[in-house]
Design a protein around this ligand. Structure first.
Ligand code: EPZ
Length: 418
């Protein structure tokens, strides 16, 4: 186990390069299993979820090697359609491989996926969509077993705009016979990026970013060199951290249009934000006022993956806020940790009621999941005195070189063994 040791109180100044989006790279890695062509992904983040997804691809018989920041995948030697539980439990994205494996092998066997402990995380919509394409599915001893004679295009209506279900169905539909139409599809930028990748290797996908995605089945796919989009959640995390600590930070390789909901809220808090091409510049005096209410919604609403971070910010703004988490059942596990730092915050059902205090006080806190952990680091950087954030393996899942980037901005943070 490792921890961060943080001495709070420094303002943040300088620039930080934003990584490629974790939640784009992961489904694209699953998509690479569809083709025998060589796929090179550029600027891939050095994070645990990517390393675990690569381990899964290698277990399937694919070749996958890092070359600096780039990742080269060749699935022509893939010869296995089973993902063992010890790998599937490592990350939620293992479930995306169902679509790719049934497309390639007409078979798939995956243990129920793991991932952040933020809610029930069912996969019923994934499985219902695959069944509509002709896949027979059984669940036995904690495994999902899929098989089909062939995949046939169909119309699919999602009960809710699930990101993963949308992606899984897209992957299964790419080489199906005929046309697939996905209604009530998720509209996240990572879905649009998956469409851009799939079309770069020869697929025919249209409509991503809207609620209706159309996939026209093709027979063959090729290779590509592809740069995934910028990680809007990493970018949002750095914007909120700077708002909390005060200072002026320039995000490089960022995409402001994917962060409009957060940018509006931070401007309401009193932050000065300028946008210049792929740069986002935030300046904060640290004397901020609360936003009255924040509700997480599917894109383009306020992202659930920035809920913990904005709640931590609200804890040290003047006034009161109500933050409501509409997507996941238990995404407030970081709240008791913030209370240890002096936050005045109460959770009732799906809402956190916050009364702003002047500042956090340093404390020893525990990360319970990826984004909650990142919120605790930001709170510790803004706090008065010394903090320790334990179990930072959760944070390593999604933030590459996190402490290095924060130190480059003036944050006093070091990684240490527990
Ligand atoms: C993706 O998870 C992201 N993960 C999550 O980011 C993100 O929070 C989430 O989308 C929402 O934006 C990746 O892309 C790897 P969903 P996913 O299916 O696909 C319900 C992070 O921190 N649902 O859109 O699992 C579900 O219970 C991670 O980077 C069903 O009911 O999210 C939830 O309430 C955390 N049945 C809602 O939909 C299903 O079959 C949204 O889930 C699937 C989902």
């Amino acid at each position: 186990m490792e921890k961060y040791v943080i001495n709070g109180g420094n303002k943040l100044y300088g620039s930080v390069k934003i990584q490629s989006a974790k939640n784009s790279v992961l489904p694209i890695l699953a998509a690479a299993v569809l083709t025998d062509g060589e796929v090179t992904l550029l600027n891939v983040p050095e994070i645990t979820d990517v390393k675990n997804m690569v381990k899964i691809l290698v277990r399937l018989g694919c070749k996958a090697n890092f070359s600096g920041d780039n990742l080269i995948i060749n699935s022509s030697s893939a010869n296995n359609f089973e993902i063992p539980s010890e790998l599937a439990h490592e990350l939620r994205s293992s479930v995306f491989l169902l679509g790719s494996l049934v497309s390639r092998f007409k078979m798939a066997k995956i243990a129920f996926p793991g991932g952040c402990d933020i809610g029930l995380r069912p996969v019923d919509l994934h499985l219902a969509g695959l069944k509509r394409l002709g896949v027979e599915i059984t669940e036995k001893n904690g495994y999902i077993l899929c098989k089909c004679e062939k995949l046939t295009g169909n119309e699919i209506m999602l009960d809710c705009p699930s990101v993963g279900a949308t992606e899984n169905i897209m992957l299964a539909a790419v080489k199906a016979e005929g046309v697939t139409i996905i209604q009530n599809a998720a509209r996240e930028p990572e879905i649009t990026d998956l469409q851009r990748f799939l079309n770069s290797i020869g697929a025919k996908v249209n409509g991503a970013g809207s609620s209706t995605i159309t996939v026209e089945g093709v027979k063959t796919l090729g290779g590509a060199v592809f740069r995934p989009i910028s990680d809007r959640i990493e970018a949002g995390t750095f914007l909120v951290a700077t708002a909390m600590c005060g200072g002026k930070v320039v995000l490089e390789c960022a995409c402001a249009e994917n962060l409009i909901s957060l940018i509006h809220k931070l401007r309401e808090n009193g932050c000065k934000i300028d946008i210049k091409n792929d740069k986002i510049i935030l300046e904060s005096s640290r004397r901020l006022t609360s936003v009255k209410s924040i509700e997480t919604q599917p894109y383009p609403g306020f992202p659930t993956d920035l809920q913990a971070q904005i709640t931590a910010l609200c804890c040290i703004c003047k006034g009161q806020s109500i933050i409501t988490e509409n997507l996941f059942e238990t995404r407030f596990k970081y709240v008791p940790e913030l209370r240890k730092m002096g936050a005045d915050i109460t959770v009732i059902n799906r809402s956190a009621f916050v009364r702003g205090v002047d500042k956090f006080k340093g404390a020893t806190v525990v990360a319970h999941d990826l984004r909650g952990g990142a919120a605790l680091v930001s709170a510790a950087l803004a706090a008065e005195g010394k903090s320790e954030v334990l179990d930072i393996s959760h944070i390593d899942r999604g933030y590459g070189r996190f402490e290095y980037k924060l130190r480059d901005l003036g944050g006093d943070i070091v990684r240490a063994a527990v």
